[in-house]
Design a protein around this ligand. Structure first.
Ligand SMILES: C[S@@+](CC[C@H](N)C(=O)[O-])C[C@H]1O[C@@H](n2cnc3c(N)ncnc32)[C@H](O)[C@@H]1O
Length: 244
């Protein structure tokens, strides 16, 4: 059987467009919502994620594309984290909620805070909540510098394809440590650096080693680097120094 990622250069190029930095001059698609931009000008369909595509509806469609979902290996991520049924998980930059829904299913007695800076992404999460009749996902509107997770309550903070969208990251992740329980984990799934056939173009991503250096400066310790994904690095971190 052909591997799902083979022969996908075309799909890769389309997906790369989905992750390209927003062009502030780009016209918005008809039918999308209006919102105030930073400059106070109302921009149709403006994305609050300044690194995301301006047309949020199209962006969401691309995030949910079959090819991307296959690459994410959501079931493998959930299995690798071995979450207890009552785990409290924060999905930071949850987008349309692909992972949030899977975490909710894996933790039927737990709770998933699905946080995103873009309200239209949370609208899609709410649609999924209704479609799947899920009762343990809480959509949370993030600020640029805060996902608004409750302090000291989370077993896992999960970040997929979002790390490079965040700004002032060392300070951001230093603060984020306070939302984790003492033995809580940070799990990061991020497109591999450099030129690969899928995901953002190389200049939109961080150079190799940058994320690791930043997280160490923010007070995290790498626990495990999993070899589970073809196009993604998947890393588990602890807040603080390793024990023992
Ligand atoms: C490439 S998408 C990934 C979405 C989702 N994690 C997934 O893998 O399907 C990046 C997401 O991060 C969100 N985002 C960007 N900056 C953010 C911030 N400061 N706080 C919370 N979410 C943010 C965007 O709105 C977008 O939904």
């Amino acid at each position: 059987m052909e591997a799902p990622w083979i022969g996908r250069a075309f799909a890769g190029a389309a997906l790369a467009a989905a992750f390209a930095c927003a062009n502030p001059g780009e016209p918005a698609a008809p039918g999308t919502t209006s919102r105030s931009s930073e400059a106070g000008v109302v921009v149709a369909g403006a994305n609050r994620d300044r690194h995301g595509e301006q047309d949020v509806a199209r962006y969401i469609g691309r995030l949910e594309s079959e090819e991307r979902v296959a690459d994410l290996r959501i079931d493998v991520v959930v299995e690798s984290l071995a979450l207890p049924a009552d785990a409290v998980v924060g999905d930071l930059g949850c987008g349309p909620g692909l992972f949030a829904m899977a975490f909710a299913k894996a933790c039927p007695r737990g709770l998933v805070y699905a946080s995103d800076i873009e309200p239209a992404q949370l609208d899609r999460v709410r649609e999924r909540i209704h479609e799947l009749d899920v009762g343990n996902v809480v959509p949370v509107l993030a600020s640029a510098d805060d996902p608004h997770f409750p302090p000291g309550r989370l077993d896992v903070v999960f970040v997929a394809d979002t790390y490079h969208h965040l700004e002032d990251r060392v300070a951001y992740f230093e603060r984020l440590r306070s939302v984790l329980k003492p033995d809580g984990r940070l799990a990061v799934l991020e497109y591999k650096p450099g030129k690969i056939p899928v995901g953002p173009p190389p200049d939109h991503k961080l150079p190799a080693g940058t994320m690791e250096a930043e997280l160490e400066r923010a007070g995290f310790t790498l626990v495990e680097k999993l070899d589970t994904h073809l196009w993604h690095d998947f890393e588990i971190w602890h807040a603080g120094k390793p024990r023992g």
